[in-house]
Write a protein of this length. Structure first.
Length: 231
C-alpha cells in the first residue's frame, strides 16, 4: 500500500526520532511518498539557520533529510480536476491539496496528515464532498500513527522518545505527560483514542479505523479536546 505523508507528520516524528518506526508501520520506504518541497521547507540545505530554527536541532535535520532521500517525492497529479477543486477550499493548503489529490488517484493508498484544520475543511466544505467521499477511511491523523507504533513497537521506547520533545505536539504531549513517571500503556492508548474519536466525529468519519490494542477498554477524554484543533 502506498503511504503519502505530509510535512507536519514527518517533522514531528523526526523530532521524536521515530522515523524508523514510521517506516516500520508502512509497506517499506519504497512505498512512501512525501511532498517534493519537504526537504526544502523543513531543512533547506542553502539556509542552515532556517533549517535549525524549523527542526530544532541538527539531529532532526539529519533524520528528515535522510527520510526524504530514502523515500519518494510525490509525482504531479494525472488529473488536475481535484487540484482545482481542493485549491478552492479554505483551510486546505497547497501541500495537503497535493497529498489529497494523490490519495484520490491511488485508491489503495493512505494519507498521513498532521494538519487537523485541513481535515476539518475537507470534511465540512460542500465543494470538497467528492474528495471527502473518495478519501473516507483512508486518512490517518498523527494520533493514529503514534498509536500504531505503540501496537507494533516497544511501548517504553516510543514513550521515552515522545517525552523527549514535548514541544513537538501539544495534544500528544498531554497524553504522554512530561514527568519522569511513565504512564501505563493502556492509559496512553486510551488518551490517543480519545483525541482520535473527537476528530473523527468532527470530520464525519473521515479517518481510517483506530489501531485498537487489546489493552484499550474505553475512550474517556482526560484532556480538553480543543487542544486537538490548535496543535
Amino acid at each position: 500500500m502506498i503511504t503519502i505523508i505530509d510535512n507536519d507528520v514527518i517533522l514531528k516524528l523526526g523530532k521524536w526520532d521515530l522515523i524508523s518506526e514510521l517506516i516500520g508501520i508502512t509497506d517499506g520506504e519504497e512505498t512512501i511518498y512525501h511532498l517534493p518541497t519537504c526537504p526544502y521547507v523543513l531543512c533547506p540545505p542553502a539556509h542552515p539557520a532556517k533549517a535549525l530554527k524549523r527542526c530544532g536541532d541538527q539531529a532532526t535535520i539529519d533524520r528528515v533529510t535522510a527520510f526524504c532521500k530514502m523515500t519518494n517525492p510525490a509525482p504531479e497529479p494525472e488529473n488536475f480536476k481535484w487540484l482545482e477543486i481542493l485549491n478552492g477550499v479554505p483551510g486546505i493548503d497547497v501541500g495537503e491539496v497535493q497529498i489529497f489529490t494523490m490519495g484520490i488517484e491511488n485508491p489503495e493508498s493512505v494519507d498521513f496528515i498532521g494538519d487537523k484544520r485541513s481535515l476539518l475543511a475537507l470534511a465540512t466544505s460542500p465543494s470538497a464532498l467528492g474528495a471527502f467521499e473518495a478519501l473516507k477511511g483512508r486518512v490517518k491523523c498523527l494520533e493514529q500513527v503514534v498509536a500504531e507504533m505503540i501496537c507494533t513497537c516497544n511501548y517504553g521506547t516510543i514513550a521515552e522518545k515522545v517525552k523527549s520533545c514535548p514541544s513537538a505536539d501539544k495534544a500528544i504531549s498531554l497524553v504522554f505527560g512530561t514527568s519522569a513517571f511513565q504512564k501505563p500503556e493502556n492509559e496512553i492508548s486510551e488518551g490517543l483514542l480519545s483525541y482520535y474519536s473527537y476528530l473523527n466525529d468532527k470530520t464525519l468519519g473521515l479517518l481510517a479505523p483506530f489501531p485498537t490494542a487489546p489493552s484499550i477498554t474505553s475512550g474517556v477524554l482526560r484532556t480538553g479536546p480543543e487542544v486537538l484543533l490548535i496543535s
